[in-house]
Unconditional design. Structure first.
Lengths: 196, 399
């Protein structure tokens, strides 16, 4: 692999005025983190996996709060499509929780991670094809931008690169367990959407 | 090499039809496959698409209903082969991911053919074309990082470098300058005929792919880049198809098509790393052997000639997907500034070229340049993979 670093969505210099473009880049970021976990071992893998868990938690929560409600309301057949996606997300979260309890160098870790990767990737493409396409079709630039803002608010809950002056271990402690992170993400998104 | 397709028998035609279960193949895993397995799939899909289209054209020019029926039978089997081959590609890949794989095919297939081509004029045609596909790979790779935040190396896996070739904006030539001179069917090496057919099929499939999938994108820069490169793929089809001697009879062409399919399935069977895919290459080779015999019978019947007169005495060296990095670097060093004039090549931008450039660009930067500017704005750098060092052309090094 080359030494080039692809910054995560929000850290590149895109103006992020389109929620769909933003989420698609995040799908790539998630895939990149899977690569990183698979390619490393020991502490490096542990850290990459922490980042992956955080990004997945925040990304899925943001979708559940921002994208799915919109799709459910505004798309013909949206209710069923969203239900299917939610079932996939639930299954992925369960696998994620099981992995989270396992040592990243355990022999079962990689096979389980790869299975999760396949599920997450299929889920992401289904969102892109059956949900995102309709979102762009059925809303205007103002709403796309408003939803993008909400997703970015979620992302701010889980900084995925070490911030200056903050030890990554300390940052992990501050973020707390995954479930609590999801709760805080929900609050942040709702605030950004003006639903508070 | 002892394999002579003319002396082998395959599966009888009436036993080649597959049911739904047999057609329902397991696709490859895009994150863990051998990139050259995906390249072989894309190549064979292009070959099967050409087989089907050629057979349709032949049928439209055939009067005898009995022969039409015979062509239809073989063609239906070829349509099934195309379905099996192309359905090895996974649904989970995006169009852009598949596009980058198409360009990897164009680069490493054309470079290998150029290296092996015995005729210097034909070799030049491949060397000229490959530098353009090489540049397309670089432009699409930058678009890919913008839209999906993924690097093209996760697809091409360090087997193929990603950096500028002949800049895409200069590929828009006057259409008359895209027509090459053909080889002479009776004098040329039989291998040259197979090369020409292989590359024209691959480029034709790329043209079809871009013309159909380009508008599925919503991002304006993506739509526009597919339009621009799609037009160049049409130029490439013109370029490569004009290498084939138009004096070959329909039946001779049919024999060449079937022989080439045997050659390629045999080649890919020999080098395939994925056992499930290898089994498909082997099965299809055994089907193609019978298609070849049917074509040979038609040629004997309608042309009154023996197919051996136009074919190689034995199968040439297997066509191989392998890295061509050093060869491409030599071409980057020496052939970047070529364009075409008539059926030849020149280094200076001549009047007809300049006029075409002026008209198509309309005083603006084309999508292939704008994609780089937009990428620069987003990341503050370009995306390249230069595993073997700096770009051989100092003018093309990243500023």
């Amino acid at each position: 692999m080359s030494q080039l670093h692809t910054p995560q969505a929000g850290d590149d210099q895109s103006d992020d005025l389109d929620v769909v473009a933003l989420l698609m880049r995040q799908h790539g970021d998630i895939r990149n983190l899977f690569d990183q976990v698979e390619a490393t071992t020991g502490d490096e893998r542990r850290e990459a996996f922490r980042q992956l868990v955080r990004l997945l938690a925040v990304h899925e929560t943001a979708e559940e709060e921002v994208v799915h409600p919109f799709a459910r309301q505004s798309m013909p057949g949206g209710r069923q499509i969203v239900e299917d996606r939610l079932a996939e997300e639930k299954a992925a979260k369960e696998t994620l929780a099981a992995l989270d309890d396992m040592d990243t160098d355990h022999p079962d870790f990689l096979p389980k991670l790869r299975a999760l990767r396949t599920d997450v990737q299929e889920h992401a493409r289904k969102e892109e094809r059956y949900e995102f396409t309709h979102i762009r079709r059925s809303t205007d630039v103002t709403n796309l931008a408003a939803m993008a803002k909400a997703v970015k608010a979620a992302e701010a809950m889980a900084p995925t690169r070490p911030h200056p002056g903050v030890e990554s271990g300390a940052a992990n402690m501050a973020l707390g367990p995954v479930a609590a992170l999801m709760e805080r993400t929900k609050d942040a998104v709702r605030k950004a959407m003006g639903k508070d | 090499m002892t394999f002579n397709p003319l002396e082998q028998r395959g599966i009888p035609l009436d036993r080649q039809l597959r049911n739904w279960r047999e057609l329902n193949v397991q696709p490859i895993d895009p994150d863990r496959c051998d990139p050259y397995t995906r390249c072989r799939i894309i190549t064979m899909n292009g070959i099967e698409v050409e087989a089907i289209l050629f057979s349709h054209h032949l049928a439209r020019n055939t009067v005898d209903p009995e022969v039409k029926r015979q062509l239809a039978q073989t063609r239906y089997i070829e349509a099934q082969q195309q379905k099996v081959v192309n359905w090895l590609l996974p649904g989970v890949s995006s169009v852009l991911e598949t596009t980058i794989a198409y360009e990897q095919v164009a680069v490493d297939l054309t470079a290998w053919v150029a290296r092996m081509e015995p005729d210097p004029y034909l070799k030049q045609a491949y060397e000229f074309g490959v530098l353009e596909d090489f540049d397309h790979l670089y432009r699409y790779a930058n678009l890919y990082e913008m839209i999906e935040h993924r690097k093209a190396e996760s697809i091409v896996d360090n087997l193929t470098e990603v950096m500028p070739g002949r800049p895409t904006k200069y590929h828009h030539r006057h259409p008359a300058d895209n027509v090459r001179d053909p080889y002479a069917k009776d004098g040329t090496n039989p291998l040259s005929k197979l090369h020409a057919l292989t590359i024209l099929s691959a480029e034709q499939q790329t043209m079809n792919f871009y013309m159909n999938t380009g508008p599925t994108y919503m991002e304006p820069i993506a739509r526009q880049l597919y339009q621009e490169i799609g037009l160049i793929e049409e130029e490439h089809v013109t370029h490569y198809e004009s290498l084939v001697d138009p004096g070959e009879t329909w039946w001779e062409q049919l024999v060449n098509h079937e022989y080439n399919e045997c050659y390629l399935y045999y080649s890919f069977m020999e080098q395939e790393s994925d056992p499930k895919v290898k089994a498909i290459w082997e099965l299809h080779l055994n089907m193609e052997l019978e298609h070849l015999h049917t074509a040979c019978d038609l040629m004997r019947r309608f042309d009154g000639r023996e197919p051996q007169e136009v074919l190689a005495p034995e199968l040439p060296n297997v066509l191989t997907f392998e890295p061509n990095k050093q060869y491409l670097r030599e071409l980057l060093d020496t052939q970047m500034d070529l364009t075409t004039l008539g059926a030849g090549y020149v280094r200076e931008a001549h009047e007809r070229f300049e006029k075409m450039q002026e008209q198509i660009h309309g005083g603006e930067e084309p999508p292939s340049e704008r994609v780089m500017a937009e990428h620069q704005d987003m990341f503050g750098r370009e995306y390249r993979v230069q595993s073997e060092g700096e770009h051989p052309d100092p003018a093309m090094r990243e500023k």
